[in-house]
Design a protein around this ligand. Structure first.
Ligand code: URA
Length: 434
């Protein structure tokens, strides 16, 4: 088989066979097919697309290009969750202890963030001593013992995706639905869970800017999951403003803990209940989603979900006291406020600019080598549709450097728009794909 024939076939709108897809994936990982030929193929796919069958075959080839985690040592049904990423998205920190406290086994692989804030692992490192650098055996043992564990993504998980994603990034071929869906799902499926819930964000702070694109991606990922034999669903959720009110790392951990205590922001609470009810239902711990939701509400009111977070943090090297006393989390030394220019309503918040403001404070990474300042962040006192009196606090910035605070404040101001007349609030859940 010749790579040039595969490129020509796709360039001319043909459909690739399993043998052709396996050939280019295996050859690329083995270093036998050069970047320039794979780049040409990615561009041909970008323009000509892939049908569902090709997309499933590509996912399967990438998924089997490296280690597939064997979670058979974990008793019972294992669930995982994935978000396509957004500003202020601390859902995993709330959701995973909630569902684990309802008896669901949560075995989750997470990444570090390259972007506005850290990823789940960075945020969790706000707990002193906490580590996700654990062995597969420890990971399995923790899930069996306390129902939850989160580990860093192993190097050898879907290596074909790692190579392809890096190549797509520099050849303007990221934005193709089949390539995105297969990239995400190959990693998720290699992580071995029996059930996966997907949170596909839609809006200014998300990868998918429109609801239509978000739905298309959700449908493709759900279709891939089903063909691989896992239980899967997707929520399409709003990212036309940040989720919750906290954006950063330690500040998001604090908001997650408040939510587990029943005092969190309404949108975060609702999203966790929606995603969580599917996780509990998929795992067979409730006969329908309404009773699953009631179990999750009870996990908060009884304090069980918070205790589960403490068990999890302790099992991975942190101190459970830090879960109950958030004053122990990293804190910035300085703050500045953005106040309302006149009596008004917030009409929009550009999530992406809020994310950039956090990055400017030092809360995110521009390159893999950057060190995140876990203490910095932003608190949004006012969100879309909320009324502000002249001079009232709209948002507060927390940082450790006056110059960075001033720069971030300018960015934050530009993110907000105001109106003299009442504005409708954004709806959080824009769709469900089952
Ligand atoms: N995230 C991924 O993991 N892969 C993509 O292709 C795009 C976003």
């Amino acid at each position: 088989m010749l790579m040039v024939d595969i490129i020509r076939k796709k360039r001319d709108g043909g459909k690739l066979s399993k043998e052709e897809i396996d050939f280019f994936i295996n050859g690329y990982v083995a270093g036998e097919i050069p970047d320039y030929q794979v780049s040409a193929l990615m561009m041909a796919i970008f323009f000509k697309g892939m049908d569902d069958e090709e997309t499933h075959l590509l996912t399967s080839a990438m998924l089997h290009s490296g280690e597939v985690l064997d979670l058979s040592g974990i008793k019972g049904f294992k669930v995982d969750k994935h978000s396509t990423g957004g500003v202020g998205d601390k859902t995993s920190l709330v959701l995973t202890p909630m569902v684990a406290s309802c008896g669901v086994r949560v075995a989750k692989m997470s990444g570090r963030g390259l972007g506005h804030t850290g990823g789940t692992i960075d945020k969790l490192e706000s707990f002193k001593g906490f580590s996700t650098a654990i062995t597969n055996e420890q990971f399995i043992e923790n899930v069996n013992n306390i129902g939850i564990s989160i580990m860093g993504q192993t190097k050898n998980l879907a290596p074909a995706d790692k190579l392809l994603y890096a190549l797509r990034d520099v050849t303007a071929t990221v934005d193709n639905m089949s390539l995105i869906a297969s990239s995400i799902m190959s990693k998720k499926l290699a992580a071995g869970a029996n059930g996966i819930v997907l949170d596909v964000k839609s809006g200014s702070g998300a990868f998918m800017k429109t609801d239509e694109d978000a739905r298309l991606l959700a449908e493709k990922m759900v279709s891939i999951g089903k063909s691989a034999g896992v239980k899967v669903m997707a929520v399409i959720s709003d990212m036309d403003q940040p989720l919750g009110r906290a954006v950063g790392n330690a500040i998001e951990v604090k908001e997650a803990i408040d939510t587990l205590k029943g005092n969190g922001p309404e949108d975060l609470h609702e999203l966790c209940l929606t995603l969580g009810s599917y996780m509990v239902y998929f795992a067979g711990k409730a006969s329908d989603r309404e009773s699953a939701r009631a179990m999750l509400e009870e996990s908060i009111s009884s304090g069980r979900a918070l205790d589960k977070l403490a068990d999890f943090i302790e099992a991975q090297g942190g101190s459970r006291d830090d879960v109950y006393n958030t004053d122990n989390l990293p804190k910035a030394s300085k703050s500045v406020d953005f106040t309302a220019p006149y009596d008004c309503y917030v009409s929009s918040i550009m999530s992406e600019d809020i994310g950039v403001a956090c990055l400017l404070l030092g809360g995110g990474r521009r390159s893999k080598e950057d060190v995140i300042d876990l203490s910095v962040g932003i608190y949004l006192h006012k969100k879309v549709g909320e009324k502000c009196a002249a001079g009232e606090k709209v948002a507060s910035l927390y940082g450790n450097d006056d110059k960075k605070l001033a720069e971030a404040l300018e960015r934050l101001k530009g993110a907000y728009s105001f109106s003299d007349t009442p504005v409708q609030k954004n709806s959080l859940i824009k769709g469900i794909v089952e």
